[in-house]
Design a protein around this ligand. Structure first.
Ligand SMILES: *[C@@H]1O[C@H](CO)[C@@H](O)[C@H](O)[C@H]1NC(C)=O
Ligand SMILES: *[C@@H]1O[C@H](CO)[C@@H](O)[C@H](O)[C@H]1NC(C)=O
Ligand SMILES: *[C@@H]1O[C@H](CO)[C@@H](O)[C@H](O)[C@H]1NC(C)=O
Ligand SMILES: *[C@@H]1O[C@H](CO)[C@@H](O)[C@H](O)[C@H]1NC(C)=O
Ligand SMILES: *[C@@H]1O[C@H](CO)[C@@H](O)[C@H](O)[C@H]1NC(C)=O
Ligand SMILES: *[C@@H]1O[C@H](CO)[C@@H](O)[C@H](O)[C@H]1NC(C)=O
Ligand SMILES: *[C@@H]1O[C@H](CO)[C@@H](O)[C@H](O)[C@H]1NC(C)=O
Ligand SMILES: *[C@@H]1O[C@H](CO)[C@@H](O)[C@H](O)[C@H]1NC(C)=O
Ligand SMILES: *[C@@H]1O[C@H](CO)[C@@H](O)[C@H](O)[C@H]1NC(C)=O
Ligand SMILES: *[C@@H]1O[C@H](CO)[C@@H](O)[C@H](O)[C@H]1NC(C)=O
Ligand SMILES: *[C@@H]1O[C@H](CO)[C@@H](O)[C@H](O)[C@H]1NC(C)=O
Ligand SMILES: CC(=O)N[C@H]1CO[C@H](CO)[C@@H](O)[C@@H]1O
Length: 504
């Protein structure tokens, strides 16, 4: 399982038509296409600006009942509605079932309410000053698409709170819920339009449409290739069996009538995965060829990875190297040989045991090397900035996980640990000075890039250059320092053939 995270910085500004009640304590209201919304306000430490929050704005009619697999369409309402609290997240699947608690302890804090009625988005906007109001000031928008490997995720997670961005950087943050797993990617024979098998992607696009700008959807970066065989219904057929629908007159109706809890449980317990259907519209089957031909939306990018992306995944799957290879690279014997040679025990390079070997392997093939290859490619067409996130702050470590499966000593700069730094949503109580400084730097860099993507996000941050190897190393001293360095990409060659055929 891969948990992709991504933010898309919209490159244009929008006018957020807020009927400001400047100087008054009244709740902020806004008139949008769908109707009138009433939000709430907040403040963040260190900022004078007030933040207007509109949480749980309806994005589309609820996809429930017979509308379960409906394509998101604009919705509207006649009376003003309160948008003051997050709405439930979409139905989530945490696979395998045995790992349900562990995955949530790391990636879903606190555990949200779930519902099929989940298509809502959230806006965090700086309250305009009188001056800005009369200038008709416009703000750049940062659009946040949460990760979760298209199995789970929730725009309302506290670490994704956009208040600091809005208050301190004068940008608007929009985050959107989208459907995942079976509910977002129903590859079923009864749904004949391939694009309508990618509802989760359509939901994301609906969120972008809502922002009403001509922007690109999230880069399809380094996920495994989508299912490009239109008639491969392997997952659907397993689900039919597990839900005892295989002999029904209408198998589709049979599944539609099953309770959500049964559908969720079957996916977790029997490890049934639903992914995207390659339709060459929402998701293409030949992304690498298109990228190499420069056939993509030409906008500048920042992309980066953490130093120990794989530390969580390697733990999750134990320390048996053979089992790991059987799980991820079944029957790829040549690859296994090449990789194990490249990553043999070497204390100098941080490989002391099976676990540290697997942690490095997972970091490289799933995150680090794809970032290198992608940067090497995109820098030929668009300004491409790459970063590494290197540091581990004590208040971001998981000290109270129920068993010893992921000890604090090996967590490191784990997958997603840069997110609370970029959003400034880490726990302030025990934050270090270095942490606050680094958070300020990264948050500002992201915001400045949205304001002007033609300029380096930080002075002196050079583009990734030949071989994608020039990187800004955030936390290079293990604390808050950052510096431009040459990344060590030596082992990526071991992965090139595999990644290029299976993941691009
Ligand atoms: C909602 O949209 C429909 C279709 O455009 C329109 O007919 C209806 O009047 C709208 N309702 C409200 C309350 O705006
Ligand atoms: C397939 O579905 C998409 C999304 O609803 C729609 O835009 C497109 O027109 C449909 N294609 C056909 C051939 O009906
Ligand atoms: C697509 O999947 C079906 C079902 O597994 C299989 O019979 C068929 O051969 C596959 N088609 C291709 C082109 O691989
Ligand atoms: C469906 O039919 C097959 C073959 O007759 C049978 O083995 C299976 O038990 C049936 N499944 C259910 C849920 O009735
Ligand atoms: C998508 O494009 C690929 C590569 O060009 C092609 O093989 C595949 O048939 C296309 N699929 C659809 C659904 O258009
Ligand atoms: C570029 O993309 C367009 C549409 O997405 C497609 O029709 C075309 O075949 C692509 N060209 C190449 C060289 O991939
Ligand atoms: C390390 O992996 C090898 C190969 O799968 C396995 O035989 C061995 O038991 C593993 N050692 C530990 C401590 O897990
Ligand atoms: C494993 O790979 C070998 C050689 O490429 C092939 O003959 C065999 O059928 C594969 N086994 C499975 C189960 O895919
Ligand atoms: C923040 O950290 C302090 C000290 O470790 C702890 O008591 C508090 O519960 C934490 N707050 C949150 C929201 O996690
Ligand atoms: C947080 O800081 C306080 C005061 O400096 C200290 O007593 C406490 O042990 C710290 N807690 C953690 C979890 O680091
Ligand atoms: C970068 O791209 C060039 C040109 O395609 C290629 O020769 C080189 O091997 C690539 N390097 C990496 C690290 O992918
Ligand atoms: C995704 C994956 O490979 N999960 C495996 C991790 O290891 C457990 C056993 O501890 C297996 O049951 C899972 O299938």
């Amino acid at each position: 399982m891969k948990i992709a995270t991504g933010a898309v910085a919209l490159l244009t500004t929008v006018s957020w038509n807020v009927a400001e009640c400047l100087g008054h304590r009244r709740a902020p209201t806004a008139t949008i296409d769908g109707g009138v919304i009433i939000g709430t306000t907040t403040r963040v430490p260190g900022a004078t600006a007030v933040v207007n929050k509109f949480l749980g704005i309806p994005l589309a009619p609820a996809p429930v009942g017979s509308a379960r697999f409906s394509v998101p369409k604009p919705t509207n309402w006649s009376q003003p509605i309160e948008t003051k609290t997050f709405k439930p997240t979409c139905i989530q699947v945490f696979r395998p079932f045995e790992d349900r608690d562990f995955i949530q302890d790391v990636f879903s804090i606190p555990r949200p309410e779930e519902s099929e009625d989940c298509l809502y988005l959230n806006v965090f906007a700086p309250r305009k000053t009188w001056k800005a109001f009369f200038r008709k000031a416009k703000y750049p928008v940062l659009f946040w698409i949460y990760g979760g490997g298209f199995n789970f995720g929730n725009a309302g997670q506290p670490i994704y709170d956009g208040s600091h961005f809005a208050a301190l950087e004068d940008v608007i943050v929009v985050s959107v819920n989208y459907r995942t797993n079976f509910f977002g990617f129903p590859i079923a024979p009864d749904i004949t339009n391939l694009t309508e098998r990618n509802l989760g992607l359509l939901d994301q696009r609906a969120g972008l449409d809502w922002v009403q700008q001509n922007i690109e959807s999230g880069t399809y970066s380094y996920n495994p290739l989508p299912n490009c065989n239109d008639t491969n219904y392997a997952s659907w057929n397993v689900l039919l069996k597990r839900l005892e629908c295989e002999n029904a007159t209408s198998t589709f109706d049979c599944i539609m009538q099953k309770p959500v809890s049964d559908i969720r449980y079957a996916q977790e317990k029997f490890k049934i995965g639903f992914g995207m259907a390659g339709d060459n519209i929402t998701i293409v089957c030949d992304p690498r060829l298109r990228r190499e031909a420069g056939n993509f939306t030409r906008v500048p990018v920042i992309r980066g990875t953490t130093l120990q992306e794989g530390s969580y995944y390697a733990t999750k799957n134990g320390t048996d190297i053979d089992r790991y290879f059987n799980t991820y690279f079944f029957n790829e014997t040549a690859l296994k040989e090449k990789v194990l040679e490249a990553y043999k025990l070497d204390p100098v390079e941080g490989r002391f045991d099976n676990y540290s070997i697997l942690s490095q392997i997972h970091t490289d093939w799933n995150f680090h090397c794809p970032a290198v290859f992608l940067s090497n490619n995109s820098h030929r067409y668009v300004p491409t900035y790459r970063y590494l996130f290197h540091t581990t702050f004590p208040n971001l470590l998981f000290t109270d996980l129920p068993d010893d499966r992921w000890p604090v000593s090996v967590q490191g700069a784990y997958h997603s640990s840069e997110i609370p730094i970029v959003f400034s949503t880490y726990n302030l109580t025990n934050a270090t000075v270095e942490q606050k400084r680094l958070s300020h730097t990264m948050r500002k860099a992201w915001a400045d890039f949205a304001k002007n993507p033609r300029r380096a996000p930080i002075n002196g941050w050079k583009t990734s250059g030949a071989n994608g190897s020039t990187v800004m190393d955030f936390g290079i001293d293990g604390k808050g320092e950052y510096r431009l360095v040459k990344d060590v990409t030596g082992k990526c060659w071991a992965w090139k053939d595999f990644i290029w055929t299976k993941h691009f």
